[in-house]
Structure formats: C-alpha cells, structure tokens
Design a protein around this ligand. Structure first.
Ligand code: SAH
Ligand code: DHB
Ligand code: MG
Length: 222
C-alpha cells in the first residue's frame, strides 16, 4: 500500500469503528471465508447496502455473486423478518461456506442460495414476484446479461446496484482488452440507453477505501 492507499484504509477504519458496531456474526463469516478470495464488499459498503435496502423498503432481494455470504447477510438482515433474499453463486465451495455463515446468522429461512452459473439460475426466477433490490457482483464480463435479467426481474420503483464498475479507473479505457472492463462498459452503455428512453434513472459513485479505488453504479427503475 502506498501512502494514499494507507490513508484510505485508515479513514475506512475510522468510520467503521464509529458507525459499524462489532458484529460477531460478520466476524465469524469472515473467519470461515478467510480461505476464499477476499473480494467481499468492504465493511462500509456492506453498511451502504444495508441502509439502502432499508430506505427502499426492500423485501425481495436478488444478489448475483454470493462468495461467503458477507454482503448477503447485510442484505438479508435489512430485508427484515418477512424478507426473502435469493443469491446466485457459481462455486459449490463458496456456496457451502456461505450456507454455513447464513445458518449461523439465523437467516436460513430467508435466504436461498442457487448454485451454478447465474445465467442458468436466473430464468427460474421469472415466475416469482419481482425483486425490490438487485445487487450485481459476480463475473463482470457477464454484466450485460445480468443487467438484462435485473430489468426483467424488477418493477418500477426497484433499485439495481452494480459493484466494481470503476476498477481503479480502468472503466474509462474504451480500448481496454480486459473482458471485465468491456463487460461493464457494455452494461453501462445499455443503462445509458435505458436512461435516454426514460425507463431508468442512474448514476455512478467512485470510491476509495480499505479495498482501494473502485465504485458502484446505482439505477432506479422508472
Ligand atoms: N457479493 C459478495 C462478493 C461476490 S465475489 C460480497 O460482497 O460479499 C463474486 C462471486 O461471484 C464469487 O464467489 C464467484 O464465484 C461468483 N461468480 C463468478 N462467476 C459466476 C457466475 N457465472 N455465476 C454465479 N456466480 C459467479
Ligand atoms: C473482484 C470482484 C469483486 O466483486 C470485488 O468486489 C473485488 C474484486 C475481482 O474479481 O477481482
Ligand atoms: Mg464486488
């Protein structure tokens, strides 16, 4: 970490200490997920998802990309006792750790993890009620498909959040040969088209913090 990155980390720690109380369930989830990629949302972004879900009154939540269930726990708690969260995870190993963490959090009745490639699970959700909030946070090259599905599975008033749209600024490079960057750019352009058609309002927020320089996109279904 360079000096500036250390400062971002320290400031995240300051706000987390003040605003995010010690949480033994989340601490245990991190411990059980320690052998998996450490690409879960930061403590503060988890807090953002929770505040957002509560502010939106979200009861039905869809997450694409579970990992060990860290963001899932934030979202499912915020969706309340009568909430229902569906989270899609490709890796059986990740899904198994997540299920343990969700069980420990007392959320098993309110969270369903669908194992397998998200694009194979998503069609099974069309028969259910629309989702109030969708959090897209899986393989970025598939972001265009995830957006299509999110639009199909939501209703006017729903909120869609996409993590990691900045990637230390890489998103701004139209010539990038990275599939994740191109997937995100194609999705952003599709969101732009929907904004011009008047079916979405959207914005994007760059962020720095304990997890470096990245950001998220947030859209409201009109
Ligand atoms: N939302 C989590 C982090 C998810 S990391 C959190 O913040 O706590 C991204 C996850 O997406 C990984 O667990 C990875 O296995 C999963 N993933 C990758 N490709 C996928 C696919 N095609 N379908 C479903 N999940 C996928
Ligand atoms: C990566 C994925 C994420 O969802 C994230 O928040 C950070 C990093 C990754 O694939 O590198
Ligand atoms: Mg992410």
């Amino acid at each position: 970490m360079n000096t500036l990155e250390r400062l971002w980390y320290t400031v995240d720690g300051y706000f987390a200490d003040q605003l995010r109380p010690p949480d033994p369930i989340l601490t245990a989830a991190m411990r059980d997920g320690a052998a998996l990629p450490q690409i879960q949302v930061s403590e503060l972004l988890g807090g953002f998802l929770s505040v957002l879900a509560r502010a939106a009154g979200a009861r039905r939540v869809l997450e694409i990309g579970t990992l060990f269930g860290y963001s899932t726990i934030h979202l499912a708690r915020a969706a309340g006792e009568d909430g229902a969260t569906v989270s899609l995870e490709y890796s059986p190993e990740h899904a198994a750790v997540a299920r343990g963490n969700i069980e420990r959090a007392g959320l098993s009745e309110r969270v369903e993890i669908l194992e397998g490639p998200a694009v194979e699970s998503l069609p099974s959700l069309v028969d259910g009620d629309p989702f109030d909030l969708v959090f897209i946070d899986a393989d970025k090259e598939n972001n265009p498909s995830y957006l299509d599905w999110a639009l199909r599975l939501t209703r006017p008033g729903s909120v869609i959040v996409v993590d990691n749209v900045v990637r230390a600024g890489a998103v701004a490079d139209a010539e990038s040969d990275r599939p994740d960057v191109q997937g995100t750019r194609t999705m952003v352009e599709a969101i732009g088209a929907a904004v011009r058609e008047g079916t979405l309002e959207a914005t994007a927020m760059q962020s720095v913090g304990a997890k470096g320089y990245d950001g998220f996109l947030i859209a409201y279904v009109l």
